[in-house]
Write a protein that binds this ligand. Structure first.
Ligand SMILES: [Zn+2]
Length: 367
């Protein structure tokens, strides 16, 4: 239990920053945070969670802005390229931005049930905190200037997103790039001579191209299949006496549960291809789901109907007035998720008040 990190970092910065030569400054920390929550939800809203946060100080506003967007892009890349979760990048409205920030940027993802999840944020502070904490430096001309700051964070709630976006009725589905174990070898009839030796040799040779483990315990193969499906391991490799005789193995992919026989001499290549294919398939599946669950609304009643008929993102024009943002939340339960970087004009009138509007906003019910 502690004040926000900004307080700690700003105090520190006011002690260590004196000259333009001290800039820029970048600190990263991993910290466990405790927050009072009335209602908790595993992974998404917990009393205590682990996060990564960065705090930077720069000489100019442009440098701070560049850092803010750079980190937003890093978080987006982690979500899209590693976790196979597509995100919408954009800016938070005044109402939803971090208190004390000049601007807050966010990546928003859509869960299986049509609720949005804020998946990472990056804040541009301007000189607000620097003025409050007196963080000044002497520039090249010998003049005192306030620093321009940023902060950004990414938390373990993303594990919750991973579970909800990819999981199915059998359990977890972990994208290969994020999976600690990518391939689980399950020997069949392992008591028969040569099977275990063969399976262990496979573990060694495939270990060069993937993260491979083996379950040589006494449990029945069917039991093992279920367990590793539940744990979301991307590929199961089955090998038994017949396969050894036929110089092949069986690969079963977790995402589609498809089974393929692969000749031993092609195994390394096929396995790498298969892992890539699963990664791409999971991303595309999530993207299709998001697209299916994204609607356009031109009026408040349309927005409300869409949310009920097909929960997801609603794209609608907004005049920029807080009153409209609040009314939408009150009437529909949806909050403004972001003003996306990729703007489009679906109308020129605010979805709520009908006055002129030139910004499209993503709205959704959110975790
Ligand atoms: Zn309006």
């Amino acid at each position: 239990v502690r004040p926000t990190s900004e307080v700690l970092f700003c105090e520190h910065y006011s002690n260590i920053i004196h000259s333009y030569r001290d800039l820029p400054k970048l600190y990263n920390q991993w910290a466990n945070v405790v927050r009072w929550e009335k209602t908790t939800r595993p992974f998404l809203r917990t009393l205590e969670f682990l996060w990564q946060e960065g705090h930077t100080a720069h000489a100019t506003d442009e440098d701070a802005m560049e850092e803010t967007i750079k980190m937003l892009n890093v978080y987006a890349a982690v979500c899209e390229e590693i976790l196979a979760i597509p995100v919408v990048k954009g800016q938070k409205t005044e109402k939803e931005k971090f208190a004390g920030a000049k601007a807050t940027f966010t990546i928003e993802s859509l869960m299986h049930d049509g609720k949005a999840l804020q998946s990472g944020t990056s804040h541009h502070f301007g000189t607000g905190f620097a003025e409050a904490f007196n963080i000044q430096y002497t520039d090249k001309e010998g003049k005192l200037q306030y620093v321009h700051q940023t902060s950004w964070g990414f938390t373990t709630r993303i594990i919750g997103a991973l579970i909800m976006v990819h999981g199915d009725d059998r359990g977890l589905v972990i994208p290969p790039k994020a999976a600690p174990t990518q391939v689980m070898i399950v020997p069949i009839a392992q008591h028969k001579e040569g099977v275990l030796d063969f399976a262990y040799d496979l573990k060694t040779s495939l270990g060069k191209v993937a993260r491979v483990d083996i379950d040589a315990s006494d449990k029945k193969p069917g039991w093992k299949f279920n367990e590793y499906e539940m744990k979301g391991i991307p590929v199961r490799l089955e090998v038994g006496p017949k396969d050894i005789e036929n110089k092949q193995v069986v690969l079963v992919r977790r995402d589609t549960l498809e089974k393929v026989f692969v000749p031993l001499d092609q195994l390394e290549t096929k396995l790498v291809e298969l892992l890539d294919e699963i990664q791409t398939n999971l991303y595309n599946k999530a993207l299709n789901h998001r697209e299916e669950r994204t609607s356009v609304a031109l009026t408040l009643s349309e927005l409300k109907e869409s949310l009920e008929a097909k929960p997801g993102f609603i794209k609608a024009m907004w005049c920029g007035e807080l009153a409209c943002e609040e009314k939408i939340k009150e009437d529909t339960g949806a909050t403004s998720r972001c003003i996306p970087f990729e703007q489009e004009q679906v109308s020129d009138k605010c979805v709520c008040c009908g006055k002129d509007a030139d910004k499209i906003v993503y709205w959704a019910k959110a975790y």
